[in-house]
Design a protein around this ligand. Structure first.
Ligand SMILES: Cc1cc2nc3c(=O)[nH]c(=O)nc-3n(C[C@H](O)[C@H](O)[C@H](O)COP(=O)(O)O)c2cc1C
Length: 214
């Protein structure tokens, strides 16, 4: 994790999650970074907290961590306390964040496994969701979330193969589950076929930054 924040920052940082295994010139990473930087420039002094899941993959959950998730804090063993520390840090980052930018390359019609592991760590009983008689209740305060998704093919809204896009509905569902409803999706499509889709996404990102500044 890298932090680029003013030491005396008062405003909330932008949380940037990048999830391409390609750590050199990934489309989604480049676009999401530009969006985060543009939003940060408008937002004040909170800076950007960047979790680069490609450069620093998170460990998969294991039985000790899952056991810790469902054990009250005061009853956790030392082993469980150590196992849950990373998940707690990731949840704390989410709670502290202002806008969230998530870079999500499409892998086999869904998200990358790197991003899935992050979701497994932050979807936390009692911290980010609670079951209720009326279904699960998300506990995070809502804030703008920007998903920047790159894909070799074209599956965006209104296109013939939109039904193959399992990434966007899945990511929306999990974010909603933890309380995040204010979601904007930027599509960089057809990255395997040329640069038109990337340029369209770049233009969309500049519009979003300008709209936030206005
Ligand atoms: C493991 C893997 C699976 C992929 N699966 C799909 C897919 O299901 N549909 C698609 O259109 N592109 C797929 N692609 C292509 C990527 O989505 C595309 O290259 C994208 O631009 C990668 O973004 P990135 O540069 O941010 O990593 C896949 C690429 C990889 C490496």
């Amino acid at each position: 994790m890298t932090t680029a924040a003013n030491e005396n920052a008062q405003s909330q940082p932008i949380l940037l999650i990048t999830s391409s295994p390609n750590t050199v010139d990934a489309v989604s990473t480049n676009l999401a970074k530009r969006l985060a930087e543009g939003l940060a420039a408008n937002a004040g002094d909170g800076g950007i907290v960047h979790r680069d899941l490609g450069a620093d993959p998170l460990p998969h959950l294991d039985s000790t961590t899952i056991g810790a998730f469902y054990t009250p804090e005061e009853d956790r063993s030392d082993e469980q306390k150590a196992a849950i520390a990373l998940s707690d840090e990731l949840v704390d980052e989410l709670i502290a964040a202002g806008p969230i930018v998530i870079a999500a390359p499409m892998h086999n019609f869904g998200i990358s496994s790197l991003l899935k592991v992050w979701l497994d760590h932050i979807a936390r009983y009692g911290r980010t969701f609670l079951p209720t008689g009326e279904g699960p209740k998300g506990l995070l305060a809502d804030r703008p979330v920007y998903i920047v998704t790159s894909r070799g093919g074209v599956y965006g809204p209104g296109t013939p193969f939109n039904h193959l896009d399992l990434l966007e509905p899945y990511l929306r569902r999990v974010l909603n589950f933890v309380g995040l409803e204010d979601i904007t999706v930027v599509y960089a499509e057809g990255t395997g076929k040329g640069t038109d889709g990337i340029q369209a996404a770049e233009a969309e990102i500049e519009s979003l930054i300008a709209a936030e500044a206005a």
